[in-house]
Design a protein around this ligand. Sequence first.
Ligand code: TUI
Length: 315
Amino acid sequence: MIIRGCVADKLGIKYPVFQGGMAWVADAQLAAAVSEAGGLGIIAAGNADGNYVREQIRAAKKLTDKPFGLNIMLLSPFADEIAKIAVEEKVEVITTGAGNPGKYMESWNDAGIKVIPVVPSIAFAKLAARNGATAVIAEGTESGGHVGELTTMALVPQVCDAVDIPVIAAGGIADGRGVAAAFALGAEGVQLGTRFLTAKECNIHRNYKDKVLKASDTSTMVTGRRLGHPVRSLKNRFARDYAKIEYTDIENEELEKFAEGSLRLAVKDGNDAKGCYIAGQIAAMVNKEESCEAIIQSLMEDTENVLGRLKKWEK
Ligand code: TUI
């Protein structure tokens, strides 16, 4: 199945499928594999420094000549430096998360970079469109990681109505039913994170993959609301311990320190006591370890089948 929407054409990719910019997870190898499979692979800068990000961009260019993106997590202390590196390294696409990329937009637009911010609300979608974004990713609270309030079902159609640039739907999408639903809501593309966690080319710790493969429908929870950065992750010892202390009289700094480095400890060390295993609400639907090629092919075939079944509603 070839879906030719204007966002895929604009980006020079075969399928309108983005791989989420998952901090510590989405490295050059994963991003290049997704791009080679016809989607848009995205390297995550997360909280890493400029040198790491530059190396990853260069490594991805060696692995694929297809377009790929860079996700800049705007809460990172290195965001300013990485914003410049993206221009120097001539990254084709930038996605942003966890904030307003307004102050960088002019320099990225001047460099001809296609900018696609993640937006959790209509106000941010409109702001992104006004600032010259190529498209927006409307991410619902079903997603893993830093989450907003609105669900994908509520957010995507409202963002589609509010802006006249393409909308990519994210949050709660794992298979062709989710992709077809996103198209029905008005999205031109989708972004998936959790489904790629168990990809063969995904270099996360074995414990992380096993936890995703074993997850059930109620396996995720949100912590971090008190500090203004709610994060959805798998329920484990770390998440439960954090929740236990979150609304005690603990100081903000101490709470922050409790979670420091927790993402990295999950991804690199598979540490249960101190690791934050980010995953979305569809984790239970991820039951296989497959190549990125197999994931994207089955996603697209599945979507075609679902859209075919929906034809019974035509008059
Ligand atoms: O960014 C994500 N997902 C993430 S980021 C992350 S690492 C992290 N580190 C420290 C604290 C929190 C997270 C793990 N997962 N997704 C995209 C996303 N962006 N979701 C929601 C937003 C968002 C939220 C607020 C975008 C803009 C926004 O603006 C609010 C403001 O006031 O700037």
